[in-house]
Design a protein around this ligand. Structure first.
Ligand code: IVH
Length: 672
């Protein structure tokens, strides 16, 4: 390919990729599959590697790939980023409206009402349509330069789109809120829990923690989002109203929340607030109120600001998802891994639209740190829809009759010993056959990410165990021999029983990844189970894997490796697997045909230019043979395939002693 040809293709790819980013992240209407998207990006990466002179800071490949920083530089905002005054009642909003009317000397004010997003405010600076700098709000005057991290957010255009009827502004400072969707927040915390990392308290903290990462690669993994809602300095473009701004920004490719309303009166804005309060639980992100803004920018100027707050806008907050109630008791639940979790039994209280009766207390250390006692009045909260938790006791309401809590020495379910290992915060029941553990392990096996047995929830598992029909997971597959007893369970009946048995039967065919996950090995979540299945291909291979082999899997560290080893070392677990297979469970290995390929489960890195294959063709070949492709050489790399003009990756491979293949050797391996 000549340089001119490459330049044309690179331009085309960049446009195409950014169009797909826009379709997917701004319009929410993807038009190609993830795999096709990856393919385009890889082709672009390859061309930029081959023709370094074509590299550009606004290329979509530059969204990740920046190296970690030591600290953030500070940035002074050219126009301070103000904060909003809060209102907590309709009365306060009406006072705001009266004030605006008085200052503007008019009786007719048009407002725009928007959700108040609970994330963190940022400013994006575009010069001649190019994203040159992004900063956090900071104290309003000075923020931190988080450009590299913001670039990883795919709904932030690196170049503004340029519709024909719109000017490319010399300068455009756009302001908005970076946030994390609730679902994303849940997944992140789940993964962190599995890895034994501290959890984020709510989506806002998770978003802030992710944006203020010194390593942009971590930010890139966190899938942050942005809603734009304001501008700072603008040169070469002028906005006259908020409505115009909200309609124009998306045409530049900037993401604006579609939920907002232009209101002819404050009553209409209050109506919007009531609707949003009803809808807030259904939103995929957290909103903590409604922002009501004067629409007309001329009037904004007249109304002005006081002490860092504009007088032309107000945040009408939703009632907090916090409440006070009394701890009636502290009970202890036993989980699948035997972990004892103390749970506060509360005087029922309404919170964010539901009645709350329980709140998790996590562990003994947490209780001691917060000093929560039975009988205490406490402040509780729900954040990001997670299980409610106790924030703190209200010590001023103590009477002296409150009782401190200590973990029982015996399991509350089976009576066996409870231990706390030296460097763990959790107490555990030592009995592997503790009914509580068995129940949780059955529920886990039946859950969506594992055997996915529809209809087998907590209630039926309990009923089956109480009736003596099921003691452990394999018993599920013997249920069909005990139909008469099953049908006779309270509220079961023939129809439900048939459905349940069918669902159980269906679950006999199960992928290796799901099966591994379903076993409930500590620290092995859905994602890791998938990696283990990819690497080991069969259950046997995983069961007999050595510590070194396990550690070769990316994302497996010493703790996880130990956990897997000790799980399979345990005779009882081996017997459980044996019974499942005997009962007719058939485990399907990933990409069956690929098992025999020498590439299966191996990690490849490509460097330099190949003669007969494009980079994406080569990568596709590896994948179709069950291998994995990685961008960087590490100890976990199995092969580096070096083409012409291979660079630092080749050096690194040699330094680490990784096997280096020529293109011919690679092709031979495929044909083997
Ligand atoms: S407008 C001064 N609109 O609220 C007005 N702010 O207390 C500029 N926020 O720092 C902000 N959603 O982080 C505006 N729809 C929205 C908002 C919003 C959330 C945050 C923003 C700002 C804070 C002001």
């Amino acid at each position: 390919m000549t340089l001119a040809e490459a330049r044309r293709r690179v331009e085309q790819l960049r446009q195409e990729i950014e169009q797909h980013n826009y379709n997917y992240f701004v319009l929410n209407q993807p038009t190609i599959s993830d795999a096709e998207y990856d393919q385009l990006l890889r082709e672009l990466q390859m061309l930029e590697e081959q023709f370094p002179q074509l590299r550009s800071p606004t290329s979509p490949t530059q969204r990740v790939g920046a190296t970690p920083q030591k600290e953030f530089k500070t940035v002074r905002h050219s126009i301070p980023m103000l904060s909003l005054a809060n209102a907590f009642s309709e009365g306060e909003v009406r006072e705001f409206d009266a004030r605006v009317k008085k200052l503007a000397e008019t009786e007719r004010i048009v407002y725009v009402a928007e959700p108040k997003f609970d994330g963190l405010a940022v400013e994006l600076i575009y010069e001649d349509g190019v994203f040159v700098l992004g900063a956090t709000r900071g104290d309003g005057e000075i923020g931190e330069d988080v450009t590299q991290n913001l670039k990883t957010i795919k709904s932030i255009p690196l170049k503004l789109r340029t519709p024909k009827d719109l000017p490319v502004p010399k300068k455009l400072e756009v302001r908005g809120e970076v946030y994390m969707e609730i679902e994303e927040f849940r997944k992140l915390n789940q993964a962190r829990e599995e890895q034994g990392e501290p959890l984020f308290a709510n989506p806002r903290n998770a978003a802030a923690g992710s944006l203020r990462q010194l390593d942009p690669k971590i930010t890139a993994q966190r899938r942050l989002q942005i809603f734009c809602y304001d501008v700072g300095q603008t040169v070469g473009i002028e906005f006259h109203t908020q409505e115009e701004l909200l309609k124009t920004l998306p045409r530049y490719g900037l993401r604006v929340c579609p939920i907002y309303r232009v209101c002819e009166s404050i009553d209409e804005a209050l109506e919007f607030y009531r609707e949003m309060e009803e809808r807030r639980e259904q939103l995929p992100y957290e909103a903590d109120g409604v922002v009501i803004k004067v629409n007309d920018f001329e009037i904004r100027k007249i109304v002005g600001e006081v002490s860092r707050n504009p007088r032309w806008a107000i945040a009408y907050k939703f009632p907090p998802k916090q409440a006070t109630t009394r701890v009636k008791d502290i009970i202890v639940q036993v989980g699948r891994t035997g972990k004892l979790t103390p749970v506060a039994v509360l005087e029922p209280v309404a919170l964010g639209g539901v009645t709350v009766q329980h709140a998790t207390l996590h562990n003994q250390d947490e209780i001691d740190k917060k000093d929560i006692r039975v009988g205490d009045w406490v402040l509780i909260q729900r954040a990001g829809d997670v299980i409610p938790e106790v924030v703190q006791p209200i010590t001023s309401r103590r009477t002296g009759s409150e009782k401190r809590f200590t973990m029982p020495e015996r399991c509350p379910v089976c009576g066996d010993r409870v231990v706390r290992l030296p460097d763990e915060v959790d107490h555990r029941c030592v009995n592997l056959s503790c009914p509580a553990r068995l129940k949780e392990s059955i529920l886990h096996y039946a859950s969506k990410g594992a055997a996915d047995i529809e209809g087998l929830g907590e209630r039926w598992v309990e009923a089956l165990m109480n009736a003596g029909l099921v003691k452990e997971i394999p018993d599920l597959y013997k249920l069909k021999e005990r139909v008469l007893e099953l049908v006779r369970l309270e509220r079961m009946g023939p129809k439900l029983a048939e459905n349940l048995l069918n669902a159980i039967e269906k679950s006999k065919k199960i992928s290796l990844a799901r099966f591994i996950y379903g076993l409930g090995i500590r620290h092995v979540g859905e994602h890791l189970a998938e990696l283990l299945a990819q690497r080991f291909r069969t259950l046997d291979a995983l069961m007999n894997a050595s510590e070194e082999e396990l550690l070769e899997v990316e994302e497996v560290g010493p703790t996880v490796a130990q956990s897997i080893l000790s799980f399979f070392r345990d005779q009882r677990n081996r017997e459980l697997i044996e019974k499942l297979l005997k009962a007719g469970v058939v485990i399907q290995s990933p990409a069956q045909g690929a098992v025999s390929s020498p590439l299966a489960g191996k990690t490849f890195v490509f460097t330099g230019t190949l003669k007969t294959l494009t980079r994406s063709q080569a990568e596709a070949l590896v994948k179709s043979h069950g291998g994995r492709v990685s961008a960087n050489v590490s100890r976990k790399t199995d092969y580096v395939v070096a083409g012409e003009e291979a660079g630092t990756k080749l050096e690194r491979a040699r330094a680490l002693g990784v096997t280096v293949l020529s293109e011919e050797e690679f092709l031979k391996m495929i044909r083997a």
